[in-house]
Design a protein around this ligand. Structure first.
Ligand SMILES: NC(=O)c1ccc[n+]([C@@H]2O[C@H](COP(=O)([O-])OP(=O)(O)OC[C@H]3O[C@@H](n4cnc5c(N)ncnc54)[C@H](O)[C@@H]3O)[C@@H](O)[C@H]2O)c1
Length: 334
């Protein structure tokens, strides 16, 4: 049974990934610090569900606690590490930049160091579409230059990509970095738009619509996203001779960056209409200017993912919203 250490399993994406890996017969050890960035009860519920599977075990701990992380990694002896734990959130990073340096720079280094020491066969780490920052050429491609991050969140993720490249070069650890595009779905994050909008509409509160609704996002359904990660586990970056067409594979290291997105940009106002349709209620709209650090649009070219795995996310946003709403009503009792 292949052993995978996954960080951030009490989080939104880590929970879904662990569930899929367990269903596919992997042994999974989760590592999560249960930070109070949002409702810890939701994180505990996710972990409790995973713990019902005998092939899942978990440690509650911070990434910055290197002694603990090393002990856990040594005991479990993973063949693969998927590093998803992070201080996430674009907007929060404007007020709390230091939290991002601790979790995302120091924390990711702890994970990279363990991966090197244990000689894991594949280290996979989460980056974000936010690293494309001020880029205007769309859809975004991995091989495009991306040097204009707009927030400290994005800057720490870009730093992770650079650190990963150096690590792969110096130590030969095969590393894949994922650039995720606006992930949504059941068991989602309370700080993200879909959750906040649904909650506010059901409570009869207004929703804030930034840039007067002139925003576009490539919304990616969480189950599609974790399936893409599952396929990428087997697409281990090797030497330049293993490159596929349009690859981001480094010429000097077993390292590549892969977008995981739906390859469809959806207008925020259409997204809100789909939520209204699903809830059978109208939103009270509070139009606002653009927020600092935000970008007007994201849109993934997911061609590299498809060439590497034969897979491409395709859940329609209306379908994904309906599944979220069904989950939310059940979970909240509203
Ligand atoms: N959800 C998205 O739309 C999205 C988009 C782009 C990138 N990402 C990236 O994907 C990854 C997972 O995101 P998510 O949406 O599941 O977020 P999440 O906040 O739900 O999950 C992250 C988990 O990491 C844990 N954590 C945070 N800091 C920690 C630390 N210092 N030590 C130990 N544990 C810590 C938290 O307790 C949480 O359970 C993150 O790296 C995030 O930056 C997410």
């Amino acid at each position: 049974m292949t052993r995978i250490l996954v960080t951030g399993t009490a989080g939104f994406i880590g929970f879904h990934l662990a569930r899929l890996l367990l269903a596919e017969g992997f042994r999974v050890h989760g590592y999560d610090g249960m930070t109070d960035y949002y409702d810890v009860a939701l994180k505990r519920r996710r972990h409790a569900m995973l713990l019902q599977d005998g092939n899942f075990s978990a440690t509650e701990g911070m990434l910055e606690d290197q002694a603990l992380f090393d002990r856990v990694a040594d005991d479990f002896a993973p063949e693969i590490i998927v590093h998803l734990a992070a201080q996430a959130g674009v907007r929060y990073s404007v007020e709390n930049p230091r939290a991002y340096l601790d979790a995302n720079i120091i924390g990711s280094f702890t994970v990279m160091e363990a991966a090197r020491r244990l000689r894991v066969g594949h280290l996979m780490m989460a980056s974000t579409s936010s690293v494309y920052g001020a880029n205007e050429t769309m859809p975004f491609r991995e091989a495009d230059k991306a040097d204009s991050q707009l927030t400290i969140y994005a800057a720490t993720k870009k730093a992770n990509e650079s650190m990963g490249h150096a690590w792969a070069h110096v130590h030969g650890v095969p590393i894949t970095m994922f650039r995720f595009f606006t992930v949504y779905g059941p068991w989602g994050r309370p700080d993200l738009a879909l959750f906040r909008f649904v909650e506010a509409i059901l409570d009869g509160r207004p929703i804030d619509i930034y840039n007067h609704g002139e925003m576009w996002r490539d919304f990616t359904y969480v189950e599609d996203l974790v399936r893409a990660i599952r396929f990428l586990i087997d697409a281990v970056p090797g030497g330049p001779e293993t490159a596929v067409e349009g690859d981001s594979l480094s010429p000097v290291a077993p390292f590549r960056i892969v977008n995981i997105g739906n390859s469809e940009k959806v207008r925020l106002l259409d997204f809100i209409e789909a939520i209204e349709h699903s809830l059978g209620r109208r939103a009270i709209r509070n139009y606002m200017p653009m927020q600092v650090g935000d970008v007007p649009a994201t849109w993934a070219d997911a061609g590299l993912l498809q060439r590497l795995t034969g897979y491409r996310p395709q859940t329609d946003v209306r379908e994904g919203i309906a599944r979220f709403v069904a989950w939310y009503r059940d979970w909240s009792g509203k």
